[in-house]
Design a protein around this ligand. Structure first.
Ligand code: SF4
Length: 277
C-alpha cells in the first residue's frame, strides 16, 4: 500500500482489497447531517478508541479493526448516478468519513474521495463536511474551495506523541494534522478541530488540554469542539487492555470515568473552565 509521507507505519502491512458498492450516498441519523459517505470499509489509522470498529460485523474479514481495508472502487460511478439520477436530487449536508477515514493512506493511491468531491463540486447540491485524522486532505484544497459550502474537521486528541503513537498508530502525527488544519484555514477553507474522545488520565488532564488549546489557538483555529468517551463495550475492552500495557498509571482514571460519568463530566468542565476553553 502506498502511504503518504507523514503517516506512521503501524498498519503499513495491510493490503487493500478491491470491492464494489451498491450505494455511495446514504442517509444518516447523525444529528445535523442528512447523508454520509464512506469510500472505504475499514480504517488503517487503527485508533484503539475507534467507535466504528462495530463495522467488523458487516464484513467477512476475520482480522481485527485497523488490520483490513476494503476499497470501493466503483464509489465515484455510483455517486454520480445518485447525484444525477432522475429521482429527487439529494439536498442538505453530507458528512464524509463516519465509519472510516476518507483520507487514510490508501486514498493517496485510489483517489476515491477526490473523485467524489469533484462530483459534489460539479453538482453543487450538498454542503460537504469532512472529518479526518490525515494531512492528505491538503491535496484536495482546490476542490474543497469549489464546493458550495465545505467544512473540514480534524480530530486531534492530544499533541503528546507518546500517547498518540500508541492510540492512533496509523494516523498522521498530531503536529502534521495541526499544520494541515492551519494551511487549509489559511487557504480559505472552513476548519474546525474535534478533541474526541477525551481519554481519562491521558488526554483529559489540565496540562494536556492546555497544551492542545495553546497549539490550536497559536495556529488561528477558533472552532474547537470536544467530546467525552462513549463507553461502548468493545472500545472499553480495547482501552482497558492498552492502558494496562502502556499507561498503567492512568488506569485508575479510566475506571473512575467509567464508574461515575456525571462526576467525570463535572471534573472535565472544571478543567476546561480553568484553562479558559
Ligand atoms: S481515523 Fe476514525 S475511523 Fe479511522 S480508526 Fe481512527 S477513529 Fe476509527
Amino acid at each position: 500500500m502506498n502511504r503518504d509521507a507523514t503517516a506512521r507505519d503501524g498498519t503499513a502491512h495491510v493490503a487493500p482489497r478491491e470491492t464494489l458498492c451498491k450505494s455511495a450516498l446514504n442517509t444518516t441519523g447523525i444529528p445535523g447531517y442528512d447523508y454520509c459517505m464512506n469510500p472505504y470499509t475499514g480504517c488503517t489509522h487503527a485508533c484503539l478508541y475507534c467507535y466504528a470498529s462495530f463495522m467488523c460485523r458487516f464484513t467477512d474479514h476475520s482480522e481485527p479493526w485497523g488490520e483490513f481495508l476494503d476499497v470501493k472502487t466503483n464509489f465515484p460511478e455510483v455517486l454520480a448516478k445518485q447525484l444525477g439520477g432522475r429521482r429527487k436530487h439529494p439536498e442538505g449536508r453530507v458528512l464524509i468519513g463516519t465509519v472510516t477515514d476518507a483520507y487514510q493512506p490508501a486514498e493517496a493511491r485510489f483517489r476515491l474521495t477526490a473523485a467524489s468531491l469533484e462530483l459534489l463540486a460539479e453538482y453543487q447540491l450538498l454542503d460537504v463536511n469532512i472529518l479526518t485524522k490525515s494531512d492528505l486532505v491538503r491535496r484536495d484544497a482546490g476542490i474543497l474551495r469549489r464546493l458550495p459550502k465545505c467544512e473540514v474537521g480534524f480530530t486531534i486528541t492530544t499533541m503528546d506523541r507518546s500517547v498518540s503513537d500508541v492510540l492512533e498508530p496509523g494516523a498522521t502525527p498530531p503536529e502534521n494534522r495541526l499544520a494541515a488544519a492551519a494551511e487549509l484555514l489559511g487557504s480559505g477553507v472552513s476548519v474546525w478541530v474535534f478533541i474526541a474522545p477525551l481519554l481519562p488520565g491521558l488526554t483529559d488532564t489540565e496540562a494536556s488540554l492546555a497544551a492542545l488549546y495553546r497549539s490550536l489557538r497559536g495556529t488561528g483555529i477558533r472552532d474547537i469542539r470536544i467530546d467525552r468517551l462513549n463507553p461502548y463495550p468493545g472500545v472499553v475492552r480495547r482501552l482497558k487492555d492498552v492502558y494496562r500495557r502502556c499507561f498503567p498509571k492512568a488506569a485508575a482514571d479510566l475506571e473512575a470515568c467509567l464508574r461515575d460519568r456525571e462526576s467525570y463530566r463535572r471534573d472535565v468542565a472544571d478543567r476546561l473552565r480553568r484553562i479558559g476553553a
